[in-house]
Ligand binder design. Structure first.
Ligand SMILES: Cc1cc2nc3c(=O)[nH]c(=O)nc-3n(C[C@H](O)[C@H](O)[C@H](O)COP(=O)(O)OP(=O)(O)OC[C@H]3O[C@@H](n4cnc5c(N)ncnc54)[C@H](O)[C@@H]3O)c2cc1C
Length: 419
């Protein structure tokens, strides 16, 4: 039996809300404290892909070389900018140490184990009548050459071997255009990952937040946590801009700010921001599939009334300043793959230009654990490029740990003390 009766969650992004869902389901009194509106930070303008096959760590073989080379290329969509923040260099060195084949393979296996049940929580919400839309068009890899498609597909062989739905052949030009007529004539090949799904991430957070309130979760919006009180090895209260909130147990799910808040509690979590961008293209010519544009790290997600183009990975600039060079790089890439992209001039004036900071760890794995030295404080953060896809499984596993007191095996690689 759980000794827990109430929990305070800091952060109302996808991860905090999903955690609150499972805590409430376990019959606990739950308070979520969110400094703005729920789901309006990094959980807003992202791709919304729920992609078990692509649940791999960000650091990978070749990443440092690619980042550094592309930093010096104009209009690139990938950049590591150590000159922007010297304080980030130790983190970047740690990140670089994880860019080996063996670290990548073991990280992929660990994330693969966590993401195996990725869709269950989304299906459960749908079964409860929560109006979360989770289209199932798969995820289409579009390539300019057959050689590139073959190369990309070969990279996914380990996921096929692990039992995921990965096709064993590439499509030719005719077949891929028949499947997705919005691809440009330049796209000659590719393949579809048929079981991948996606959500509109902002709409998902809005819907989940609304459901939580109906279930009795106390959702404090526009309320910033400014401090945490602890005594006798336990967190006792959270100080906020709206006054003090008593805390029997605490979950820190504050995205990038998790580093700061965990620091108040004596835990050093190396979570840094990996900046990415998106823009929305209102269009009658939206692709019907989420698209991964070959090796470019640019993606497309169909949404109501158009589609979102997303991409960019800037390490070392933790502001939300929009770098026009990165946007131009994404536009240039998208133009090569999509048949109907409006002229540059109108894209430059896009109203929905967005930047978000992915909460990244140097090994590319989230932190889902107990915080060291405190008996009632937990963390659920650092999901990098995967926070929307992994929010439900992470929330479920952490809740299981908190309620049962036993750490589920699947969480073993995601400890807070590993740094
Ligand atoms: C361009 C781009 C594309 C992406 N595409 C995908 C994708 O397709 N699929 C996917 O799974 N992931 C994707 N991601 C990653 C995903 O967006 C993140 O992993 C995810 O949103 C992280 O969610 P979170 O809840 O941890 O953080 P956040 O969404 O940042 O939520 C944290 C919340 O905590 C609040 N907070 C912070 N400090 C305090 C405080 N002191 N007091 C109170 N509240 C506080 C913040 O206001 C915020 O709302 C993408 C990211 C980017 C940038």
């Amino acid at each position: 039996m759980s000794a827990l009766s109430s929990v305070t969650v800091i952060g109302g992004g996808a991860v905090g809300l999903a955690t609150a869902y499972y805590l409430r389901k376990a019959d606990l009194d739950v308070t979520v404290i969110e400094s703005g509106r729920p789901g309006r930070s990094t959980s807003w303008g992202n791709g919304g892909w729920l992609s078990p096959v692509l649940s791999i760590p960000t650091p990978g073989p070749g990443m440092p070389r690619m980042g550094i080379v592309e930093t010096f290329q104009r209009d690139s969509a990938v950049a590591i900018r150590p000159h922007a923040a010297p304080s980030m260099i130790p983190w970047l060195l740690r990140f670089a140490r994880h860019c080996t084949r063996s670290a990548f393979e073991s990280g992929s296996a660990r994330l693969g184990a966590l993401s195996r049940e990725m869709f269950d929580g989304f299906d459960e919400l749908a079964d409860l009548g929560v109006p979360v839309e989770v289209p199932r068009q798969g995820n289409l890899r579009a390539c300019l050459t057959e050689a590139e498609a073959r190369h990309q597909l070969a990279g996914l062989a380990p996921m096929r071997a692990a039992g995921y739905a990965v096709p064993d052949r590439i499509m030719g030009a005719e077949e891929i255009h028949e499947l997705e007529p919005e691809l440009s004539d330049g796209v000659r090949s590719g393949f579809n990952l048929p079981e991948e799904r996606h959500v509109d991430p902002g709409a998902f957070c809005d819907t989940l937040a609304e459901y939580l309130v109906k279930q009795g979760v106390r959702l404090l919006t526009d309320t910033r946590v400014t401090g945490v009180s602890a005594s006798g090895g336990r967190v006792t209260a959270v100080e906020t801009t709206g006054g003090q909130v008593r805390a029997d147990a605490l979950v820190v799910a504050a995205g990038l700010d998790t580093r700061l808040i965990a620091g108040w509690l004596g835990a050093r979590l190396p979570i840094r921001g990996g900046k990415g961008y998106s823009f929305f293209v209102p269009s009658e010519h939206s692709p019907s599939h989420p698209l991964y544009l070959s090796h470019t790290k640019v993606g497309v997600t169909p949404l109501k009334g158009g589609y979102r183009v997303l991409g960019g990975m800037e390490l070392a600039d933790e502001t939300l300043r929009i770098n026009p060079r990165m946007i131009r790089g994404m536009i240039r890439v998208a133009r090569r793959y999509l048949r109907h992209l409006p002229a540059d001039e109108s894209l430059d004036r896009l109203p929905d230009l967005w930047a978000g900071l992915r909460p990244m760890t140097p090994d590319g794995l989230p932190v889902i654990d107990h915080l060291p030295h405190l008996s009632n404080a937990y963390v659920n953060s650092g999901h990098g490029m995967l926070g929307v896809g992994l929010c439900m499984v992470s929330g479920a596993a952490l809740t299981d740990f908190m309620v049962s007191g036993r750490r589920p095996d699947v969480l073993a690689p995601f400890g807070a003390a590993r740094f």
